[in-house]
Design a protein around this ligand. Sequence first.
Ligand code: HEC
Length: 435
Amino acid sequence: MVSAWFPRAGAVAFGACLSLAGHACAAELSKPVTFAKDVAPILQAKCETCHRKGTSAPMSLVTYAETRPWAKSIRERVISRNMPPWHIDKTVGIQHFQNDRSLSDAQIDTIVRWVNAGAPLGDVKDLPPAQVWPDEEGWQLAKQYGEPDLVIKSEPYTMPAQGQDVWWKPLADLPITEARWVRAVEMRPATPAGRRIVHHALAQLEQDEPGAASVAGGNGPGLFMEWAIGKQFDQYRAGSGKLLLPGGKIRWDIHYHAVGEPIRDHVELGIYLYPKGEEPKYRTRLSYWEAMSASTNIDIPPNTIAETQGFHVLRQAARLENFQPHMHLRGKAMSMEAILPDGSTRMLSHVDHFNFNWMNNYIYTDDAAPVLPKGTMIRITAWWDNTAANPNNPDPNQWVGYGDRTVDEMAHAWVNVTYLTDQDYKDWVAKNKSN
Ligand code: HEC
């Protein structure tokens, strides 16, 4: 693997001291990199949130003693950009995300040089103070908004130690008596044990709303929230939200899989509302954009790389808030492009090393979220790797088609779409023309 990473690490180190004179640069590069001074702050900032005691990650990376045995594995994972889990191609498309947890090139370079130098501890006096982590049980959004206004629970289910995957679809009432606007939602399996058996969970909003389907681009009135490993909450941008109507219901669709011991769990949805009377101007809808003309078209021969595309027309001007590809074990890559009414094509986002364990949601920053005119065609392209080169592939000799099980395939993107009026779009163009 050496040749695969060295040129990049070298280039980065060089880039990092471009502003220094030649000898200063050489001195910078020859400085010993130590755990205490250089690496611990990176682990605190980018790894500990998952890698500490009591989380689902395989090991803690808090102390030197805990980290040292993993040094080589850490080098491999950060060079291949598999850890932290952030699998977007950094060379094309939009690059500004609200929730970017990736390492900078300079941070990767530091870790690589530390491991190459034998992973020394250095002077313990340089160690940063230990980080204090909030207890896992709380809602992540509570810091910002306090406790959720509504908490909706799915009916509990007991997954046996062994057995086929289960899709559990109970129904829950929305406890509201008047229309309310949602500004954020968070979803989670209720217990740490539950996190092991929930593959993903959907909360579909069922409410009486004639005509809504046509606006949503064929997606029906409302998929509310989708949870998968690595995705916990959605927050709507200032001035936008989702609308809940009295009498509405949440239709759960929870995908459980057996892990060798029986586990009972439920999934919870925390809903944060706009204050009564405060109505956001825009309504955001979660769209389900497939990478083919119909799901049943998936046809992946054994030992091949397969590709497929799907097209979706924006019937109104819109802002796209995020990109979240969904595929299963053979998933390799997915891109989202905009084919504009003038015929030009713009790459929005490309996840080039998709990993089934991580259904990352890439949320654009306010400034970076693309605003597209009415009539834009969104092209979703997906690639599957059904060869032995894919480490997640359970059997490259199988033909694979569409299905719910992880050994079957899917390919779609979840995208929160905020539809704009023609006037808003014109105003936006006028404002942004100059830059
Ligand atoms: C969002 C949570 C999360 C973050 C952030 C994260 N990890 Fe991980 N890491 C995991 C989980 C879960 C696994 C096991 C599943 C997998 O390999 O994908 C893992 C696996 C690993 C492994 C492989 C362990 C093995 O069994 O071989 C290494 C090495 C690693 N992480 C290093 C890091 C480093 C270094 C960082 C920070 C620069 C980091 N991770 C950030 C969650 C995370």
